[in-house]
Write a protein that binds this ligand. Structure first.
Ligand code: PGA
Length: 249
């Protein structure tokens, strides 16, 4: 399975800043066969797509999407608009959408299914809060998020067009990376739960880890069983550190 190294720029970068970082990523591309995906803010998707110019191993995605073709949904963006700007991927269910913006599992599922049916690849994000982990609910939370997130997705579609990012909420932007033992356990669990949801093709779905990934912990995370890539927030904002992570291991 190809290793995916994804950058979530969140609400950072003007168009000019995004372009500059994207150019530096292209200039320093590692050539180790890994696929790099950058999720810029909506306003910069077209700029980053232009810099990447459909180059092998580089893709652009949206950080969110609304599950409708068009209509009276002020502030939202459709899959067709993302594709028109050059995006081939979209994130769904990022923890900031779930916990800051209050998105439900069912809504994340609708977005995932609609984006896939509109021709986008989807990176579905799942992960437990600290409270849920401490209450012994890791398995229940991941099962619910995976089941509802992929509720209306055919197994073959999931195998070909879905990646899952496991991001423990307590490790996002906190500097608290989950330890290797915790990541190993959570990814084995996520793989098993994915099999319950989509069957044997679960083994073809890349499982990424996210949450305080840095150049100095990337190699040990990528070496773990069932870790097929990384989703990086803070450390992806500078091309230099993003590229060091892309080269790690
Ligand atoms: P972080 O963010 O790397 O800054 O912890 C990861 C994410 O939210 O995708």
């Amino acid at each position: 399975m190809k290793t995916l190294i994804a950058a979530n720029w969140k609400m950072h970068k003007t168009r000019a800043e995004a372009r500059k970082t994207a150019e530096a990523v292209v200039a320093g591309l590692p050539g180790n066969g890994r696929s790099l995906i950058v999720f810029p803010p909506f306003t910069a998707i077209a700029d980053v797509a232009e810099v990447f110019a459909a180059r092998e191993g580089l893709a652009v995605g949206g950080q969110d999407v609304y599950p409708a073709e068009k209509g009276a949904f002020t502030g939202e963006i459709s899959p067709a608009m993302l594709r028109d700007a050059g995006a081939t991927w979209v994130l769904t269910g990022h923890s900031e959408r779930r916990h800051v913006l209050g998105e439900s599992d069912a809504f994340v599922g609708r977005k995932t299914a609609f984006a896939l049916s509109s021709g986008l690849n989807v990176m579905l994000c799942v992960g437990e809060t600290l409270e849920e982990r401490e209450a012994g609910q890791l398995e229940a939370v991941l099962r619910r998020q995976l089941r509802e997130g992929l509720a209306d997705v055919a197994a073959e579609t999931a195998a070909a067009h879905v990646a899952v990012a496991y991001e423990p909420v307590w490790a996002i932007g906190t500097g608290k990376v989950a330890g290797c033992a915790e990541v190993l356990e959570a990814h084995a669990l996520a793989r098993r739960l994915l099999r319950d949801v989509v069957g044997a093709v679960a083994d073809e779905i890349p499982l990424l880890y996210g949450g305080s990934v840095k150049p100095d912990n990337a190699a040990s995370l990528l070496a773990l069983d069932n870790v097929n890539g990384l989703l990086i927030g803070g450390a992806s904002l500078e091309a230099e550190s993003f590229l060091r992570i892309a080269e790690a291991g």
